[in-house]
Design a binder for this molecule. Structure first.
Ligand code: NGF
Length: 288
């Protein structure tokens, strides 16, 4: 399960329904053009926290059907509704997903014992492996090194998607857990995370910029830091422009510019204005 995973975008029509044809095109673009090692399905980038259980299943099913065994698949099943998380974990496992991931439970201020019970309940219900999805800036859930250590006592918990800028903690985790998988979650920090020894990365911008992510990751692993840095600089010019214009909407417009039917974002995310659509096209022409 090492390597580069695209946090998969989902195509929705203007009424917010899943556009199956568009979703299949996004998947093909990632497998055939970006040539990533795998897909991270129903994460934040898939707009997962705005859709129903049935829609989540539909996305898992379509993705597996399109990919077959061409690349690795991780199913993000996390939900504050643990019963839903278990139902999705069973569904994705039956479909043949290679690993599961679950966001730390958010909104209520769960204590660590509750968080631990959440992970163990999900993963012990299925014959699969779990990657913790840690994204403190969105969930407000910060876990310490010793808390990760306690979660990792369950051998079915095999790694973490580390979407944070705390590189002191990342370094401590790399040293403490040499056998666990650590994925970088911030694309704009991929070089620094790779230097610290992550096993892979999971990124939204890989939907359009997967080739540069591959170059950064491999050059850094080979110790060619200056070359990797030059590509990270261009990548971050791209990411900064995308973030300024509206992250997911702009990535979708770029995909459309490349001929992929990426559709719209789900409400309450708003549509881009015509000015912002023009900016997205400029970004696409300039960088991709
Ligand atoms: O989009 C977010 C969260 N994070 C993604 C990535 O961690 C994937 C990251 O690529 C992800 O969280 C998911 O889909 O579950 C950023 O978009 C990127 O580095 C730009 O900041 O906001």
């Amino acid at each position: 399960m090492k390597g580069l995973f695209t946090a998969l975008m989902v195509s929705y029509d203007q009424d917010g329904n899943i556009n199956e044809k568009g979703l299949r095109e996004i998947i093909r673009y990632n497998v055939d053009v970006n040539k990533v090692d795998g897909l991270y399905v129903n994460g934040s980038t898939g707009e997962n926290f705005m859709i129903s259980t049935e829609e989540k299943k539909e996305i898992f099913r379509i993705t597996k059907d399109e990919v077959k065994d061409q690349v690795q698949l991780i199913a993000q099943v996390g939900s504050v509704n643990v019963k839903e998380a278990i139902e999705l974990a069973k569904y994705a496992t039956d479909l043949g997903y290679g690993a599961l991931s679950a966001v730390t439970p958010f909104y209520y201020k769960f204590d660590f014992e509750e968080i631990k019970q959440y992970y163990n309940s999900i993963i012990n219900a299925v014959d699969n492996k779990m990657i913790i999805y840690s994204i403190p800036f969105l969930t407000g859930v910060n876990m310490s090194l010793s808390q990760f250590e306690e979660l990792f006592e369950n051998e079915k918990i095999i790694g973490v998607k580390f979407t944070a800028g705390d590189f002191y903690l990342l370094e401590r985790m790399r040293k403490t857990f040499p056998d666990k998988l650590i994925y970088a979650g911030f694309d704009e920090m991929l070089l620094s995370a790779t230097v610290l020894g992550v096993d892979g990365a999971i990124g939204s911008t890989f939907n359009v910029n997967g080739k540069r992510a591959r170059q950064i990751f491999e050059l850094a692993q080979q110790g060619k830091i200056e070359e990797a840095r030059a590509i990270q600089h261009v990548t971050n010019d791209l990411i900064t422009a995308v973030l300024d214009n509206g992250l997911y909407q702009t990535l979708k417009e770029i995909l459309k510019d490349k001929g992929v039917d990426a559709g719209y974002c789900r409400q309450p995310m708003k549509e881009l204005s015509s000015e912002k659509i023009a900016v997205a096209k400029e970004i696409s022409n300039l960088f991709l």
